[in-house]
Ligand binder design. Structure first.
Ligand SMILES: Nc1ncnc2c1ncn2[C@@H]1O[C@H](COP(=O)(O)OP(=O)(O)OP(=O)(O)O)[C@@H](O)[C@H]1O
Ligand SMILES: [Mg+2]
Length: 234
């Protein structure tokens, strides 16, 4: 039996995913700086809000005020009471003794899992976004420990029936790619001196998917994916 799907908030991406994401799993969106990871994550968040869900968005590098300003410009309504935005970027003042959210979300993956569990006790979030997880990875001292902690995090989220979207700017193949249920890659190319963008799905456990790189644009209304076209190379 085909499992139920949830929308990413981007019709072209849902089509590429054969209907959408399988809920209760953890997914990774990777791409170079400025490729639209945060925008894609916000579509996913707002699709949850439109569906009557509670959504938790943890921003780890872009300050919440900037994120709010940029995303509001694209027409996203971040004011919905079911949307929670946590700023886990380091405090501007170095002398701040306990930088609460930074300490609990960005210090390491174990602390972050605890902090999220804490949040889930106050409210049942069915979608959680961590944007990006790059820092968490870099703070890990041993790869084996990171892998173990990352898997524990995925299992916890699965038990909580929460769909998680992680973003990462790392370009090489990383451990996370093996551990998550799906990977979406955003790429920028130059064609005839013009910036061109392409999106591809490299992995989607439990489902078929469109394996073609499809062109996309970032517009003043967010990401638009042309899932019926191919990226034209020179
Ligand atoms: N109205 C718009 N029209 C076209 N492009 C836009 C528009 N608004 C923003 N952009 C582009 O979207 C990109 C930023 O998207 P976003 O912040 O989602 O990327 P990101 O991958 O999260 O970046 P970072 O790695 O810096 O976090 C920028 O390259 C910006 O120029
Ligand atoms: Mg971003």
């Amino acid at each position: 039996m085909e499992s139920a799907r949830i929308s990413t908030g981007i019709p072209g991406l849902d089509a590429m995913l054969n209907g959408g994401l399988i809920p209760g799993r953890t997914y990774l969106v990777k791409g170079a700086p400025g490729t639209g990871k945060t925008t894609l994550a916000m579509h996913f968040a707002m699709a949850g809000i439109a569906n009557g869900e509670n959504v938790l968005y943890v921003t780890l590098e872009e300050p919440a005020d900037n994120l709010r300003a940029d995303m509001t410009k694209m027409g996203f309504n971040l004011r919905d009471p079911r949307f929670t935005l946590i700023d886990a970027t380091p405090a501007a003042e170095r002398y701040v003794l306990v930088d609460d959210f930074f300490e609990s979300f960005a210090k390491n993956i174990e602390r972050m899992t605890e902090a999220i569990k804490q949040q889930l006790r106050t409210r049942h979030y069915t979608r959680i976004i961590l944007d990006p997880i790059t820092m968490l990875k870099l703070t890990a001292t041993k790869e084996i420990e990171y892998r173990r902690a990352f898997l524990a995090f995925i299992k916890t989220m699965m038990r909580m029936k929460t769909t998680v979207l992680l973003t990462s700017e790392l370009q090489r193949t990383d451990i996370e790619e093996y551990l998550v249920s799906g990977v979406i890659e955003l790429e920028a190319f130059e064609i005839d001196g013009r910036l061109s963008r392409g999106i591809k799905i490299t992995k989607f456990r439990g489902s078929g998917f469109d394996g073609t790189i499809r062109p996309y644009e970032i517009t003043d209304r967010g990401i638009v994916i042309y899932n019926d076209r191919v990226v034209s190379l020179p």
